[in-house]
Design a protein around this ligand. Structure first.
Ligand SMILES: Nc1ncnc2c1ncn2[C@@H]1O[C@H](COP(=O)(O)OP(=O)(O)OP(=O)(O)O)[C@@H](O)[C@H]1O
Ligand SMILES: [Mg+2]
Length: 253
């Protein structure tokens, strides 16, 4: 995290509702520093996925501003679509290609990059996400964990400025959770800016830099993991008591 740089993302008083009179997200403000790893948590229905869609540019906020790396992009949904990589909560919705390889290359093809560049990016993400053996496989036949890794690969290959993952541990078994955790930490160590949305706080909290708790569409708390930790239970997020912060992860150092 470098304090003399623009933050990667800043939301100021962002609100959203499908009907103007019924806001679902109200007055959300926070800052995401470059290279940081932020956890957004909150109970089911608190507005996490809708918030991510507003950030990505898929939904238009009713009010408020979004600043990405120093530029006001509130009215530039398209710019956000290109710069922000969002791994959706449901991995199936993201599958588009007939094979794993085609699926990963799908987004790149629209960028008209030279074939050698596409191949280089493909090789890098396939290696990182351990999908080498599955390249020619049909995405629908992948296991849950492999599908999740494929959806992350398809987003990473676009080299987004900001990587956002919505509930990446959902439906995964223990080894697959570990694989996703390892990938997240590897990306963090490479300097990526990451927002992770999850209510499975005990799997990851030890490695986060900052935490935002959403409750009924509002920011209920934000700060360092240790400062926010006592507030989880009040806002419907389970975290084991009496466990030191550094042990609140499934991936032991
Ligand atoms: N298309 C829609 N039309 C109307 N209401 C919606 C729509 N999509 C979501 N909502 C409502 O907005 C609220 C927030 O939904 P959201 O999907 O953001 O919750 P979430 O925090 O991601 O929950 P979860 O932990 O279950 O994934 C919920 O009450 C939901 O019913
Ligand atoms: Mg959600």
């Amino acid at each position: 995290m470098k304090s003399n740089e623009n933050p990667m993302l800043r939301l100021e008083n962002l609100s959203f509702g499908f009907e103007k009179t019924k806001p679902i997200l109200s007055d959300i403000s926070f800052t995401i520093e470059k290279g940081s790893f932020t956890l957004i948590t909150g109970p089911n229905g608190s507005g996490k996925s809708l918030l991510l869609k507003c950030i990505k540019g898929l939904l238009k906020p009713t009010s408020g501003t979004i600043t990405l790396d120093g530029s006001d992009v509130t009215r530039h949904g398209k710019r956000r679509l290109a710069s922000i990589g969002l791994v959706f909560q449901d991995a199936d919705t993201q599958i588009v290609g007939q094979t794993v390889e085609r699926d990963i290359l799908f987004g790149l093809e629209n960028l008209e990059l030279p074939i050698a560049v596409q191949q280089g990016r493909l090789d890098a993400v396939v290696h990182l996400l351990d999908l080498t053996k599955q390249l020619k496989q049909r995405p629908r036949t992948l296991s849950g964990g492999e599908k999740r890794r494929l959806s992350i690969a398809g987003v990473l290959v676009m080299q987004p400025k900001l990587l956002i993952m919505d509930e990446p541990f959902a439906n995964l078994d223990y080894p697959s959770v570990l694989q996703v955790l390892k990938t997240l930490l590897q990306l963090k160590s490479e300097g990526h800016t990451i927002i992770l949305v999850s209510h499975e706080v005990e799997k990851i909290l030890a490695y986060t830099d900052s935490v935002i708790i959403l409750s009924e569409g509002k920011v209920a708390a934000q700060g360092s993991p240790s400062s926010v930790r006592p507030l989880f239970q009040d806002h419907g997020v389970y975290v084991p008591l009496e466990v030191p912060l550094e042990e609140l992860t499934w991936l032991k150092p």
